[in-house]
Design a protein around this ligand. Structure first.
Ligand code: PEP
Length: 250
């Protein structure tokens, strides 16, 4: 059985005081990580302190992006070495906002996945289609291409420990959620791609999240679906009560 993983993506929200208050509020209410992996992906600026505050808890932290080089003249960037050195466990890679606004390519994402693995950071690899692609019937083709590119060069053992987030772009921050059946179908198609590239065992092991306007009201149905192993959540991860409800649903 795959353990569910619920990851909050705070994007560029929350002041320092708000972030601390959130973590203090949820700290003693996080379900055991025997049941669910609870993750918050915050700005890199806050990660060292948040990780230290929660060293004894089952709440883990992730970055929202990183460079693929360990160090160098890359003004404004954060490296995998730096994230590892402060105890960050996860990194979101290839979020559609990064692909769209910062021209992140499949090739760069593939290098970032390699860098994350080299530093014991679990990559949460995002993929998803635009509304035009969905309407044109090319969703599975688009997502398969993104996944094949992101996974190029890795072996089955490495892939089995990765997390994939299927996030239809038209559902992110819009209030529109894919139906649970549609989301499950695409997550199943991603699993089929992994089975084809590696093996049925690898495909069974890899965790696939759905993301796109997930909230306490719709998470339960999404999680009943065979291929959906959790959620990557933006807006509904910003309030402690709502984040905790998402965790409880898992
Ligand atoms: C996201 O940030 O990846 C996301 C899915 O956002 P939201 O839940 O707000 O749609």
């Amino acid at each position: 059985m795959r353990k569910p993983i619920i990851a909050g993506n705070w994007k560029m929200y929350k002041t320092w005081d708000e972030a601390i208050q959130f973590v203090e509020e949820v700290a003693d209410k996080i379900p055991s990580n025997d049941k669910v992996d609870a993750v918050i992906c915050a700005t890199a600026l806050y990660l060292p302190t948040l990780v230290q505050m929660q060293a004894e808890s089952d709440l883990a932290f992730g970055a929202q992006n990183m460079h693929y080089e360990n160090e160098g003249a890359f003004t404004g960037e954060v490296s995998p070495t730096q994230l590892e050195s402060v105890g960050v466990d996860y990194v979101v890679l290839g979020h559609s906002e990064r692909r769209e606004y910062y021209n992140e390519t499949d090739e760069a994402i593939n290098k970032k996945v390699a860098a994350a693995l080299a530093h014991n950071i679990v990559p949460i690899i995002c993929c998803g289609e635009t509304l035009e692609e969905r309407e044109a019937g090319t969703t599975e083709q688009k997502v398969a291409g993104q996944i094949k590119a992101a996974l190029a060069g890795f072996d089955a053992e490495q892939v089995a420990h990765m997390v994939i987030a299927y996030e239809p772009i038209w559902a992110i921050g819009t209030g529109k959620t894919a139906t649970a059946d549609d989301a499950n179908q695409v997550c199943g198609a991603i699993r089929a791609v992994i089975a084809e590239l590696y093996s049925a065992e690898t495909a069974e092991a890899v965790r696939i999240q759905y993301g796109g306007s997930v909230k306490p009201e719709n998470i339960e149905e999404l999680l009943t679906k065979e291929h959906i192993d959790g959620a990557l959540v933006g807006g509904a991860s910003l309030e402690p009560a709502s984040y905790l409800k998402l965790l409880e649903a898992a």
